[in-house]
Write a protein that binds this ligand. Structure first.
Ligand code: F0G
Length: 485
């Protein structure tokens, strides 16, 4: 029996169909535009600093805000609360062993905590870490230990408008060249990121992972998988990689795991709860990482997580093996991307996981990167519709050692779709407001820093508009809509 079946529509006009019903809801606010401008400026034009009560659609992230299932919530009620030797921990460890085939599990309070532990255990000054693409927290932890990130993507990874199904692939040729150039002693591990976050939630193929793993093995370099966005990547392997079309998600998961040495994840994404951890079958690696967990995270049977969250992760991991659970995010995202594309609005294609990514470089071509087009677009979209996205461009980079700006390869505004949270009408509202903004894009101006932290400045940095463009945008909105909502 096939494990998935396409659901057909009599009208022929298919749209994403939810395989769940909503039974708990939360009231939302949509502020008048005058208050939205005040809110975004109160937040230093940084969407991280906005209050949720001022936000209509919170598309900042899918981290820790995915909808949980009835089974997850009920499992939380039977958690075994003890500092050491909790049965709750054992249940998660067993589930991960069942799904990944790994022997050991080290818990941590979230994804970056795993990265902190790796960086401390593995990286020495002058090391280089090859990867398909960096993530912000990963790069920061590697940098703090004196390591350097080398991104070995194919050119298509950075092509915004593409039909390449696996833009998250690593170039095996470039990996071989890197090993020849730096030598294995300076490469403590290779990192592959599932559902590559910063290039638009783009997957790697299993064929590519296998090729990369073979090179790592031949050179005795551990391959570490960042599985935070694994659910999306599993879905894409199944629907885009011909060889896996009729292979179950569970089998694909095991094959991914079999082609890595160490797996770490943010359970704020994978498993739809809050937490994280590291899985491996390598005893030496386990011993190397183990002692740091009680030091930085908490005892080995909770690692900084609440036992309730651990129970939710265990159930969430099992639910991730359900195609009709993991298809919801990518299919809603594809709907949004296709609708925006139809209207000529520049978005990352093909549609990835995580969210819909607007290409601010083409949306606002009149803005130089020094005025942070992706940040400006984030501020403008909040003003236009109370929609809170996340800048993934130059603001999310760190400055060079000499203080000069490091311009990002891409200037993206990420509109995350937390799984099973928004309805299709809310997605249609977002499409409508983005369309209005696109038609009025000439009004949008740039931003400048008024307060700039040295590390991970995108989290708490504050910016101001470089001109009175926001007032002009509000005036046009009121002229067009005749109202302020
Ligand atoms: N790796 C990836 C691929 C991630 O997307 C994230 C988090 C982390 C590691 C760090 O995990 O947040 O649990 O510490 N991404 C969030 C986001 C922050 O909004 O994309 P964490």
């Amino acid at each position: 029996m096939k494990d998935i079946q396409e659901i057909k529509f009599y009208s022929g006009e298919a749209c994403p169909l939810e395989m769940h019903k909503v039974r708990i809801v939360q009231r939302l606010n949509l502020l008048p535009i005058e208050d939205r401008v005040k809110a975004v400026n109160g937040a230093g034009n940084n969407t991280f600093l906005l209050q949720n009560k001022d936000t209509y659609l919170d598309m900042l992230t899918d981290s820790g805000v995915n909808a949980m299932s009835d089974l997850q919530l009920s499992a939380m009620m039977v958690a075994d609360d003890s500092y050491a030797g909790s049965a709750t921990y054992e249940r998660l460890e067993e589930k991960l062993t069942e799904l990944f085939g790994t022997k050991y599990f080290l818990p941590a309070h979230q994804g970056r905590a795993c990265e902190h532990i790796f960086a401390k255990a593995y990286i020495k000054d002058g090391d280089v870490i090859p990867m398909n693409y960096h993530f912000t927290t990963t790069k920061a932890h590697i940098g703090l230990q004196g390591g350097k990130v080398l991104e070995l993507y194919y050119p298509e990874a950075l092509e915004v408008d593409s039909d390449h199904p696996f833009k998250g692939n690593m170039s095996p040729e470039r990996l071989l060249e890197t090993i020849a150039e730096y030598g294995v002693d300076r490469i403590p591990f290779v990192r592959m990121e599932a559902g590559t976050n910063l290039i638009g939630g783009q997957p790697f193929s299993l064929a590519n992972l296998k090729e990369v793993y073979a090179i790592c093995k031949a050179n005795k370099i551990p391959l570490i998988l960042d599985a935070s966005l694994l659910a999306d990547n599993l879905y894409f392997i199944k629907v885009r990689e011909a060889e896996y079309r009729d292979v179950g998600i569970r089998e694909i998961t095991r094959e991914v795991a079999d082609n890595t040495d160490i797996i770490y994840f943010s359970a704020r994404k994978l498993g739809h709860a809050r937490g994280g951890g590291i899985c491996t079958s390598d005893h030496d690696a386990y011993m190397r990482l183990r002692d740091l967990v009680p030091l930085f995270e908490g005892f080995l049977t909770y690692g900084g997580m609440s036992v309730r969250e651990i129970e939710a992760i265990t159930v969430g991991m099992e639910e991730t093996m359900d195609y009709y659970m993991i298809n919801q995010g990518p299919e809603f995202i594809k709907y949004m991307v296709d609708e925006l594309k139809k209207r000529g609005i520049p978005v990352i294609t093909p549609a990835g996981g995580l969210g819909c990514h607007l290409d601010a470089m083409r949306f606002l071509p009149h803005l130089p990167q020094s005025e942070y087009p992706a940040g400006a677009l984030g501020s403008a979209l909040f003003i236009a519709g109370g929609i809170r996205g996340m800048e993934r461009g130059t603001i999310s980079e760190e400055r060079e050692a000499d203080g000069s700006e490091h311009y990002s390869n891409m200037e993206l505004l990420r509109l995350a779709l937390p799984r099973r949270v928004f309805t299709l009408s809310q997605v249609n509202y977002a499409i409508d407001r983005i369309t209005w903004l696109y038609e009025n894009r000439d009004l949008v101006g740039g931003l400048k820093f008024t307060e700039e932290p040295k590390v991970l400045r995108f989290f708490v940095g504050r910016l101001a508009p470089v001109s009175d463009w926001q007032e002009k945008l509000v005036a046009k909105f009121k002229a067009d809509f005749g109202e302020s909502l």
